[in-house]
Design a protein around this ligand. Structure first.
Ligand code: NAG
Ligand code: NAG
Length: 629
């Protein structure tokens, strides 16, 4: 049954019958409840959601929870947005389609257990490239404690890093040649869980909460007496999650680092095959260089406490250092380029990694389950409201959804739907805001300039005579036009997401109507030389300004706040900082540290942590020299 808006009488008759049927149908059908996001079959064909009845299907989700859902879905599989709002609180069912290539740098052998893979080979290559240093630098690197930060890869220890790579400590690194492996998905891998936000940040500030929640519950489930056998918490997370996921057919996790990284639970299953395994060539070998001199007392160097005693160097040693310094400077350039390429590969996914697909029907989230901070930089999945019981509920819901093979082709592509709305309304809202804040214009000019953007929108839905309007009109219809779901709503998660969307659309459109209704009298009065609102213009305009400022603030859309400061050149990228280890990451004392603030970030008092600057900067290879060493 479809509503037909033609004026054809026959169509109108059919439509009227359809409405009657629908109205009676929707009275029987209670709006679904959302105490659990996945339970119970609820299915409403998209055609049955009409402009008259759509509000009956909207489930209870308040505005803040709606924005959290809306903005989480906007950011899914997008590098920059995932870092801008790094505190993920949701589990997205994901599919990696057959034929997708996946990468890993590390040992020669295909892993026997769960291990990490990257979606971009630049990511693996940069992680895996650990070469010995020449001259003074070799001494400096050897003197570092193994736990100290040496850029990407150090965090997870030898052989355990997401994309592999031996330990970067000293010349021994040369001995273990890194292998670059490429795998191919031999079938649709349709049971992945994507963890949103900066879920590979290796931090304790909330970015890892989705993993920690699973770990909390699973530890209890498996009744392990001594949890935490591994050096890195996230290795424990992965171990338990894969153990739990095995009978459920879980392929693994997808996490956000710089680019997307996969924890594949089982390399021995039939879902992937090795298509290439290349022992990597060392750039120093490529340049024909000998191994670095080992600067040690045993080799006759004046070293004390890992320091070179400069005044005791022989002329010959000085010459060696000079030559090795030059070699190292060339190698450093290639090394920076590798890191830059990695950033570039991540940056290429600011608009999304289209190779991974989401089946939103089985979305599981903490949103609308527990109260959460309005501020996306303060919200956490594991906040004080998340009891162990609620954590278990989430794990149960995940077990439920994993009974399905995820199939993105049957799901509404909510991100695409939201994008359409955001792309259309962001320029309008920002333009209106700018005009309302302008000092040079008179109130009449402001009113005309703002209503230039609002009046046509409103008139488009306003009948000249309501009695003559056929079917849908006015604000309810305007909202319906954007909020109508293209594909059937079939799960409670679908209803939750859709309801959040209706709330957002409704709120934006309400404010547009509101501003228009407030400002049109000023324009009308000016046009008709009518003095009746004289003196009220300024307060009307300031109330509109407040309404729009509030709207833009409350929506928290990344597109409304974050922008590249200029258009970047070919050798540059518009850089969004990230939170895990990696080039330009900085802030290694933690994201709540006020002193070592990372590049492109600042400490925000309201959030109690570092946040990303609104102005995103263009960076190039040389910018990487600024990273803390
Ligand atoms: C490598 O890059 C740095 C920084 O851009 C530069 O100062 C240095 O001269 C370069 N080394 C060589 C050999 O080009
Ligand atoms: C979000 O949903 C939860 C659970 O229904 C509710 O307790 C909370 O008040 C809602 N709003 C916010 C801002 O958390």
């Amino acid at each position: 049954m479809r509503i037909d808006f033609s004026f054809n009488t026959l169509a109108v008759t059919i439509t009227c019958t359809a409405i009657l049927l629908l109205v009676s149908f929707s009275m029987v059908l209670m709006p679904p409840s959302v105490d659990s996001m996945v339970r119970g079959p609820v299915r409403v064909p998209s055609d049955e959601i009409t402009w008259q009845n759509y509000r009956d299907y909207v489930v209870d989700v308040d505005f803040v929870n709606s924005t959290h859902i809306f903005n989480s879905i906007y950011a899914v599989l997008r590098q920059g947005p995932a870092d801008i709002h790094p505190l993920g609180v949701s589990y997205f069912p994901a599919v990696i389609p057959k034929g997708t290539l996946l990468y890993r740098a590390g040992k020669k052998e295909v892993p026997g257990s769960f291990e990490w893979l990257a979606m971009d080979h630049e990511f693996s290559y940069s992680f895996g490239s650990r070469y010995s240093s020449y001259g003074r630098k070799s001494l400096k690197i050897r003197s570092r404690k193994p736990s100290s930060k040496t850029g990407a890869g150090a965090g997870l220890g030898a052989g355990n890093s997401p994309t592999g790579g031996p330990s970067p400590n000293g010349p021994s690194a040369l001995k273990a040649a890194t292998h670059m492996m490429t795998f191919r998905a031999t079938r649709d891998m349709n049971k992945f869980i994507y963890l949103d936000g900066a879920s590979a940040a290796k931090s304790t500030t909330g970015e890892m909460d989705t993993q920690e929640l699973l770990y909390n519950v699973l530890r209890k489930k498996f009744e392990e007496a001594n949890p935490g056998q591994n050096k890195m918490p996230e290795r424990d997370f992965a171990e338990y999650i894969c153990k739990w996921g095995k009978p459920l057919g879980l392929d693994g996790l997808i996490r956000v680092e710089i680019g997307f990284e996969i924890v594949l639970c089982d390399f021995q299953k039939d879902n992937i095959e090795l298509v290439s395994n290349i022992p990597l060539r060392n750039p120093a070998t490529e340049l024909g260089l000998p191994s670095p001199s080992v600067i040690s007392v045993e080799n006759g160097w004046p070293v004390e406490n890992n320091q070179l005693l400069e005044d005791k160097l022989t002329d010959e040693q000085k010459k060696i250092l000079e030559k090795e310094y030059y070699w190292q400077s060339i190698l450093d350039n290639y090394s920076l380029a590798r890191q830059y390429n990695w950033l570039q590969a991540g940056n290429a996914h600011d608009q999304g990694d289209k190779r991974i697909k989401i089946d939103y029907r089985h979305f599981v989230t903490g949103i609308n389950r527990i109260p959460m901070d309005v501020n996306p930089m303060k919200r956490r999945l594991l906040n004080e409201h998340m009891t162990f019981e609620l954590q278990s509920d989430i794990v149960n819901d995940l077990e439920e959804i994993l009974k399905n093979d995820f199939d993105y082709t049957k799901s509404n592509d909510w991100q695409e739907i939201f994008d359409e709305f955001i792309t259309k309304f962001s320029p309008m809202l920002k333009t209106i805001q700018k005009i309302l804040h302008s000092d040079e214009r008179t109130p009449e000019q402001i009113a005309v300039d703002v209503t230039k953007y609002t009046l046509n929108f409103v008139l488009r839905f306003t009948p000249s005579d309501k009695n003559l309007a056929e079917l849908g009109y006015d604000r309810d219809f305007a909202t319906y036009q954007y909020a109508r779901p293209p594909t059937d709503l079939v799960t409670e998660s679908d209803f939750l997401i859709w309801s959040a969307y209706v709330n957002i659309v409704d709120y934006v459109i309400e404010k547009i109507y509101d501003v228009n209704n407030k400002l049109m009298p000023i324009v009308k009065a000016a046009a008709q030389d009518d003095n009746s609102i004289n003196g009220q213009e300024t307060s009307i305009i300031s109330s509109c300004r407040e309404a729009i400022d509030e709207l833009i603030g409350n929506l928290n859309w990344i597109s409304l706040h974050y922008k590249c400061e200029e258009s970047c050149d070919w050798d540059e990228i518009c850089f969004t900082p990230s939170w895990g280890p990696g080039p330009l990451a900085g802030g290694f004392k933690g994201h709540q540290d006020t002193t070592t603030v990372g590049f492109g970030k600042h400490f925000d008092d309201a959030s109690g942590r570092q946040v990303i600057n609104y102005n995103l900067q263009c960076i190039n290879i040389d910018t990487l020299l600024q990273q803390p060493h």
